[in-house]
Ligand binder design. Structure first.
Ligand code: HEC
Ligand code: HEC
Length: 245
């Protein structure tokens, strides 16, 4: 029932928050030019994504502060161009140019803000252990690569285009993996995450999300500078030189 979370959870919440985003900025929420620096121009974004983009403690909205710039940029393109869908957000960016989206992505990526401690684990120990094994070792027999092979051993992502897996709400993780499996979320082709997500059973998804959401973010939470080995699958949007030779 993981897939149901996405339509049910964010839509109601987002509608309420979108209304307050308008109230906070009655003129164009993200003017392409105009007075004020980037922090003023992205006020509509932080209404949902939390103060300075750090996410809210108990919500569905993902943190955007400090994520790799290329990853954030790719997501803004994905929302604008229909590979991801969240209408309450997409309408804010549908008319923005690639350059302006790159600037917004660079702004949030450059923020260095502390992460709150993780919530208490929300699954029994055996389930958490199943999640940990999948993340750290994968399951070769079922063609599931270890998540850390791409997301970095510290799971804090790899610049420029692979996001970290820590500091995200469990509901958000569940719904993203569910959305990839059903094709509701897509990345640039070849979409490696779609291949990974389709190999996971609903039980796997639940275990992985529960374990990841309960891990603390290592100090700073910064993405790794490079991958240490070739990606186990090709990923669109990830430059080939992200891998150390
Ligand atoms: C109405 C609430 C809302 C507003 C306003 C909003 N967002 Fe979002 N944003 C979301 C939600 C919800 C998601 C996750 C959607 C999903 O895929 O389920 C999201 C996802 C994202 C992501 C992808 C994060 C990730 O880890 O993959 C980025 C980047 C992002 N938003 C940037 C922005 C920017 C920049 C703005 C301002 C121009 C903005 N958002 C405004 C609700 C909002
Ligand atoms: C072959 C490399 C690869 C593997 C293996 C991989 N990922 Fe990913 N993952 C990516 C890339 C690349 C992205 C960014 C996709 C995009 O641009 O939308 C991503 C994005 C994600 C996101 C979205 C994060 C966000 O903020 O929205 C989640 C969640 C995720 N992966 C979970 C996992 C889990 C769990 C596993 C292990 C079961 C895993 N990934 C294995 C490459 C990989």
């Amino acid at each position: 029932m993981i897939r149901l979370l996405r339509p049910l959870l964010p839509l109601g919440l987002g509608a309420a928050l979108a209304a307050s985003a308008w109230a906070a900025t009655p003129e164009a929420p993200v003017p392409a030019t105009g007075a004020g620096g980037m922090p003023q121009r992205v006020l509509a974004c932080v209404t949902c994504h939390g103060k300075e983009g750090r996410a809210t403690p108990d919500g569905y909205f993902p943190r955007i502060a400090g994520k790799p710039a290329g990853y954030l940029y790719n997501q803004l393109l994905n929302f604008r161009d229909g590979r991801r869908s969240y209408p309450q957000m997409s309408y804010l960016i549908e008319h923005l140019t690639d350059d302006y989206l790159r600037e917004i992505a660079g702004h949030f990526a450059s923020l260095e803000l502390p992460y709150p401690p993780p919530p208490a684990p929300q699954a029994p120990p055996a389930v958490l252990e199943q999640g940990r094994l999948l993340v750290q070792q994968g399951d070769a027999a079922r063609q599931i690569p270890a998540c850390v092979q791409c997301h970095g051993q510290a799971m804090t992502g790899v610049v420029p285009a692979i996001p970290g897996l820590l500091g995200l709400p469990r509901d958000y993780l569940n719904s993203q993996l569910g959305a990839w499996a059903t094709g509701q979320r897509r990345a640039q082709s070849p979409d490696c995450m779609a291949r990974v997500a389709r190999q996971l059973t609903p039980g796997d998804v639940s275990a992985v999300s529960a374990w990841l959401a309960a891990q603390p973010v290592p100090a700073g939470g910064k993405p790794a500078a490079r991958l240490t080995a070739a990606l186990p699958l090709p990923c669109g949007g990830v430059p080939a030189d992200a891998v150390a030779h």
